[in-house]
Design a protein around this ligand. Structure first.
Ligand code: FAD
Ligand code: SIN
Length: 545
């Protein structure tokens, strides 16, 4: 928790404070009853997190030939022995209902003339043994996010705070049972800090993938939710499992632009520079093997050949099919002078998804009473050691709804307690912008170089040593009261990087997304990595899986 604030700032109170406005946060907000006053906070535009950029789709059992058992089995197989079985069963079973809710809200999913699949077009992605990914062309996230955004803006009980950055959670640590009382929010435009009190606070801040130099994510994925929860005393699980998406465009003007896995689902092949396929040598599902296997195979082939990228080719399919199924990718590539209907596209892996996060139960409850975590910020146990494609948006909707239902059932208490105010003098324009940007760059580079797709004991140790220095520098800087939005994000990234390296160091095996050359095999008895903060808030009903 932040050091004791002293001077006054604005005060507001709501029944529920939701920090984050992606699929998870907005789903939660829209499922809360009208009589609750809800604040939804975004550090950027309301529609701006990873959700907006999701391409492939949402997995759910919607086809008569498919089954819940098969979706569960595929998810468990991708998770490589570390999924929480009841979390998988819960998310998969709730999946069809979650998708129906989105359809009822007006999300324009791509249709197909097929009564087997309820008139919906279902695509395939890695790890799925059936077609079960519902999508809106290749702009699924945009369709979901903008539909939920419009409903949020229209709801009279939901109050939107855009361009407000949550700095830290406010924890009642005088109480015998610690609890979360709200958060401090920095208005990025005015610089004013608002102290927000709430009976329930929900962290829906997305992932931490900007901790790596190359990422498919928007700038917002700086791990703020995970870092704030850790500082507030919550346990964090499975942070070594950072997912690298195998196919991001390799182009100087669009590094990190995603080329959806659905391209491979519809027949796209991965090729070496000599035009040869290679994935069938690595896995029976070839291009549709789970992501960790594809990303590692690409990394190995690039290193073997000394190439800077490999190729993704779908040009053998009909040009109209390509243009109609992948209009977003097609248009962006054409802008860059690449015609995917005629030629292969250069691709590399990039950091994409944070499988670990704040440990929660099936309602999104964390270790700290009155604090919830949902979406990519959370570690519900659904993904284990590797997330299967399109299970993330599913998790956002299922847990967004489950957390709202749990909050609705709780008695609302009058918000009378005086909360500590933020010290305004800490938030100043006089920050050392250059130092912040250097540290930011150094951090992301060292994570890419030493804690990327392939790790080793030596690399992890180097990362730990360099992080220790950076950590010290950043904490000294923080203590000198000069903070800015960039600095707050850097501090959070630093915290998350430390959790990733600690978790990776503790895992003495290779499993799922975590590959350490010094321990290339799996060990018996798979266990989650759970880190406990020094000020642990764990109580009797803490989540456990
Ligand atoms: P986000 O959508 O990332 O939203 C986070 C929100 O938190 C934002 O509003 C942000 O402003 C806010 N925030 C963060 N920190 C703070 C703070 N300190 N204060 C205030 N606000 C804050 N998954 C799938 O299932 N299917 C796909 O097809 C798919 N495609 C993807 C394609 C791309 C390019 C990317 C990047 C991801 C994709 N994913 C996909 C993953 C999926 O999109 C994300 O996991 C999911 O959208 C995360 O949703 P979320 O609500 O948890 O967070
Ligand atoms: C993609 O479209 O390839 C991304 C899917 C996902 O990350 O779930």
């Amino acid at each position: 928790m932040a050091t004791a604030p002293t001077s006054s700032s604005l005060n507001k109170s709501f029944d529920v404070l939701i920090i984050g406005s992606g699929a998870a946060g907005l789903t939660c907000a829209l499922h809360l009853p009208d009589h609750l006053q809800v604040a939804v906070v975004s550090k950027g535009e309301l529609a701006g997190g990873s959700t907006l950029y999701a391409q492939g789709g949402i997995s759910a059992v919607l086809d008569q030939g498919d089954s819940l058992a098969s979706h569960i089995a595929d998810t468990l197989a991708a998770g490589d022995g570390l999924c929480c079985a009841k979390a998988v069963e819960f998310a998969v079973t709730e999946g069809p209902e979650a998708v129906r809710w989105l359809i009822n809200q007006g999300v324009p999913f791509t249709s197909a003339d097929n009564s087997q699949s309820q008139g919906l077009h279902l695509t395939r992605e890695g790890g799925h043994s059936h077609r079960r990914v519902i999508h809106a062309e290749d702009r699924t996230g945009k369709a979901v996010e903008t539909t939920l955004e419009a409903l949020t803006r229209a709801a009279s009980n939901i109050h939107v705070f855009e361009h407000h950055l949550a700095i830290d959670l406010i924890v009642d640590d005088n109480d015998i049972d610690n609890k979360c009382l709200g958060a401090w929010l920095l208005d990025r435009q005015s610089g004013v800090v608002t102290t927000v009190a709430a009976n329930a606070t929900v962290l829906a801040c997305g992932g931490a993938n900007m901790v790596y130099r190359y990422s498919s994510n928007p700038h917002s994925s700086t791990g703020d939710g995970i870092a704030m929860a850790w500082r507030a005393g919550c346990r964090i699980a499975n942070m070594e499992f950072m997912q690298f998406h195998p196919t991001c465009l390799y182009h100087p003007s669009a590094r990190g632009f995603l080329l959806t896995e659905a391209i491979r689902g519809e027949g796209g092949k991965l090729l070496l520079s000599n035009g040869q396929r290679f994935m069938d040598a690595y896995h029976p599902q070839a291009e549709l093997a789970p992501r960790d296997i594809v990303a590692r195979a690409i990394d190995a082939e690039m290193k073997k050949a000394g190439d800077e990228h490999i190729w993704l080719d779908i040009s053998h399919r009909d040009a109209d099919f390509i243009r109609s199924h992948f209009p977003g990718v097609y248009e962006r590539c054409m802008e860059l002078g690449l015609d995917m209907t005629k030629e292969p596209l250069p691709v590399v892996p990039a950091a994409h998804y944070t499988c670990g996060g704040v440990l929660t139960d099936l309602q999104g409850r964390t270790d700290l009473p009155q604090l919830y975590a949902i979406g990519e910020t959370a570690s519900t146990g659904l993904h284990g050691a590797n997330r299967m494609a399109s299970n993330s948006l599913l998790e956002c909707i299922v847990y967004g709804r489950a957390s709202a239902q749990d909050i609705s059932r709780r008695p609302q208490q009058p918000l009378t307690q005086a909360l500590p105010q933020w010290d305004d003098s800490r938030v100043t324009e006089e920050d050392e912008a250059v130092v912040v940007s250097h540290n930011w760059h150094e951090l992301r580079k060292l994570m890419w170089d030493y804690v990327g797709i392939v790790r080793s004991n030596n690399r992890l140790e180097r990362a730990q040593n360099r992080l220790a220095l950076l950590h010290k520098e950043i904490e000294e800087y923080y203590a000198s009261y000069h903070v800015s939005p960039d600095f707050i994000e850097l501090r959070n990234l630093m915290q998350v990087a430390d959790l990733i390296v600690k978790s990776a160091t503790l895992r003495k095996e290779s499993r799922g997304l975590h590959y350490n050359r010094d321990y290339p095999h799996k060990r018996d008895g798979a266990r989650a990595t759970v880190l406990t903060p020094p000020n642990s808030a764990s109580y009797d009903n803490s989540p456990s899986w």
